[in-house]
Design a protein around this ligand. Sequence first.
Ligand code: AMP
Ligand code: GLY
Length: 429
Amino acid sequence: MNVLVVGAGGREHALAWKASQSTRVETVFVAPGNPGTAAESGCQNVDITVDDFTALANFAVSKDVGLTIVGPEGPLVAGIRDFFDARGLRCFAPSQQAAQLEGSKAFSKEFLSRHDIPTGRYETFSSLADAEGYIRAEGAPIVIKADGLAAGKGVVVAATVDEAVDAARTMLSGERFGDAGKEIVVEEFLAGEEASFIVVSDGEVALPFASSQDHKARDVGDTGPNTGGMGAYSPAPVVSDDIHRQIMETIIDPTIQGMDADGIRYQGFLYAGLMIDNEGVAKVIEFNCRFGDPEAQPVMMRLESDLVELCQRALDTELSTVELSFSEEVALGVVLASGGYPDDYKTGHEIRGLVQHVDGTKLFHAGTRMDEGRVLTAGGRVLCVVGMGGSVREAQARAYRRVEGIEWKDMYYRRDIGYRAVRRETVHP
Ligand code: AMP
Ligand code: GLY
């Protein structure tokens, strides 16, 4: 069977690499892919963009693709699943309706409160005067979110009321986020430690992937501007067995069942961004209707089960008969970014040191492109280097050893990925 992976980032490199290991698969096509997927044995890039559904479906028909896996939120929210269904093609992805859990923060907050799923208190506004009144009444810290997709930049955690009102004004003015900001959610600030909880759902049953945690802030110590993710590791020690059970019982299962009760079948990957407070209570910060990036890179490194079979079983609503297995090892991924990201940055720099061997590591491409045999930077997040090890420390040391051999002009990365997990390991070895 042939498989098609839609997307071009680090997550898609990880998904395509894992899919290519399936014994059932001949070729994994990646549309449009990147130089990393191009070099992966068993994978082949196809020059079609993620939003050209007609070309993607035509390609799937012409190459006898038996399964399409979709990475990024854009095509999911735009309804790629519905489009493929209408053509009779097997596509593992949530429908357009289901993808509203990520596509509209107002939708997901309303869904959460209606189904009594733990999340921060909130109100939705389209008028600045009303938003300002609410912000002043609630006080700071407080969180302002653009309703629609804003590439991870539509959230402001405001330390003061003035900062919150400014953020609300900017979003509602439409200047920065266009239509995505014409409605905003103003949300209670939640304190605690964040974790990413990613599951695969067949619409009835959800199976959890190994837990993971990412570092969204750009700079050391989780400071600086919010990004798509500067690194991630799996497992996330903050998710103890008890908390794991609690998350499945109070968040994941009620979400899949709540969607079903609302007449929406949630079939696909579901990512719950969680805040776990000091008492060990988990609340939903956000939903994504896809795998996390960069969480996919470490989690796929640990996944021992066949990804393609998993997606097939989920499409056939057979997950109740499936068990997932993960390596006991820790996987830790460090994102190498363009200097300046997430604000303005330059691209087109030649990357050196891509070909090197460091035991227990794997390199995933994200924002790269080929130019006459050279690999150049082509995005904000450029590479993700994953290290595996018997402990967080070991995984971290390996990842950074490989990072040290890579360079380009203005390369930037955090040197402390996994620090919380290392600290826990030191306290409770
Ligand atoms: P989101 O795009 O919703 O994941 O938000 C981006 C980041 O903002 C999250 O990863 C959190 O670090 C932070 N954040 C979002 N909502 C809240 C909240 N209610 N309380 C505290 N931090 C938040
Ligand atoms: N790493 C955060 C995300 O994928 O949204």
